[in-house]
Design a protein around this ligand. Structure first.
Ligand SMILES: Nc1ncnc2c1ncn2[C@@H]1O[C@H](COP(=O)(O)OP(=O)(O)O)[C@@H](O)[C@H]1O
Ligand SMILES: [Mg+2]
Length: 353
């Protein structure tokens, strides 16, 4: 049998472009070159597609913030994709983790690693992820959902009815119903971009305005203090969950810098929580994955608050993929080395053909 023609798409148009470069180069470096003929496809921030022309054997993972230099523009993206047996879209955020690239690959009938269109878009959009988690009866932090359109803010009820409300009244409602501090997030976000913690009403107003620069849909969430933990899931119909890892963020919360720049941030596997809670979280991670109709992989993130109460935070359908990222590390601890994990993910993609 010849080698599998594998496309690795990375970079991308989202705010997580830089993170994707690190994930993508890390995947390429660790793939079994005997098994795969690798086609690295780099998407610039502007959305231009390029061949990454560096010799495959010499590709090493790039530091965060480093750009791809050896590149040649791809004249016809569709022709390029049609050459491939399978694609691993190592893209985070909009234009990659949100179902758009998945839709393109569906149309071209090319198998790909990870979640399909629907699960990808639900997982990307925090407001809709929450709806699915509610339906699945998985506990999460109390929240208020707001939309911005043409300078007006709309309060969106749980039944999706909406009313215009001045920002002062929204902040008042937040204070009365969920209490400060809160987390304010653009609904479509990742890597903590656009997210702020607000301690008072002034910070809250500012945080809402700031989040609105990234997405017209905004979530305001109760602050949960406790352990921040993550669980990896893998599989199509038969889904397995890894152990649970804990984040020890070097800053007030797990900000972009704490994630990728601050060497003081640590991950601990297993998390500093009881085995009982770990088991509970593993079950919930699979439940959450199935609730969004996940395929292939996801990292499911939780908080363990007071009295060991578990809150689901989010599901990442294309989690960070560097050798030190939580997703591959959780599997490594479970006895599955990084390159075996990559083989498994590609095999799961080909099964779905
Ligand atoms: N409700 C919350 N309570 C406490 N910390 C939170 C809460 N929501 C988010 N955070 C902190 O903010 C970080 C980023 O938020 P998250 O929802 O995970 O967004 P992203 O998709 O950008 O990772 C989390 O890793 C956590 O440190
Ligand atoms: Mg997160």
């Amino acid at each position: 049998m010849g080698k599998i023609r594998l496309g690795i798409i990375f970079g991308g148009i989202s705010t997580e472009h830089d993170v994707s470069i690190v994930s993508g180069t890390s995947v390429i470096k660790n793939l079994n070159k005997e098994k795969y003929e690798i086609y690295p496809i780099y998407i610039s921030k502007e959305g231009k597609w390029y061949h990454y022309t560096k010799k495959i054997e010499e590709i090493d993972l790039l530091e965060i913030g480093k750009e791809i230099e050896e590149k040649k523009e791809i004249a016809n993206q569709l022709d390029e994709l049609k050459k491939l047996d399978v694609v691993f879209p190592v893209l985070h955020g909009l234009g990659g983790e949100d179902g758009t690239i998945q839709g393109l690959l569906e149309l071209l009938k090319i198998p790909y690693v990870g979640c399909k269109v629907l699960a990808s878009s639900i997982g990307m959009d925090k407001a809709y992820t929450k709806v699915m988690f509610e339906k699945a009866n998985i506990n999460q932090a109390e929240y208020i959902y707001v939309k911005k359109a043409k300078e007006n803010y709309y309060l969106i009820s749980k039944d999706f009815s909406q009313k215009i409300l001045p920002l002062e009244l929204i902040t008042e409602k937040v204070e009365k119903t969920i209490g400060l501090p809160v987390f304010v997030k653009p609904s479509n976000s990742g890597s903590s971009v656009g997210i702020r913690k607000a301690k008072d009403k002034i910070e809250l107003e500012e945080a809402i305005g700031y989040a609105a620069q990234f997405d017209s849909k905004i979530l305001i969430e109760k602050n949960i203090t406790g352990h921040e933990v993550e669980c990896a899931v893998l599989g199509n119909e038969e889904v397995i969950a890894s152990s649970v890892g804990e984040i020890l963020a070097a800053e007030d919360f797990y900000t972009y810098d704490a994630k990728y720049k601050n060497q003081e941030s640590k991950v601990v596997i297993p998390a500093n929580i009881s085995n009982e809670i770990i088991e509970e979280i593993r079950k919930l991670a699979i439940k959450a994955f199935q609730a969004i109709d996940g395929k292939g992989l996801a990292r499911v993130d939780f908080f363990v608050g007071e009295n060991n109460k578990i809150y689901i935070n989010e599901i990442n359908t294309m989690p960070g993929f560097t050798t030190i990222s939580m997703y591959p590390k959780l599997w490594e601890k479970a006895g599955m080395p990084y390159s075996t994990l990559l083989d498994k993910l590609i095999q799961l993609a080909l099964e779905e053909k």
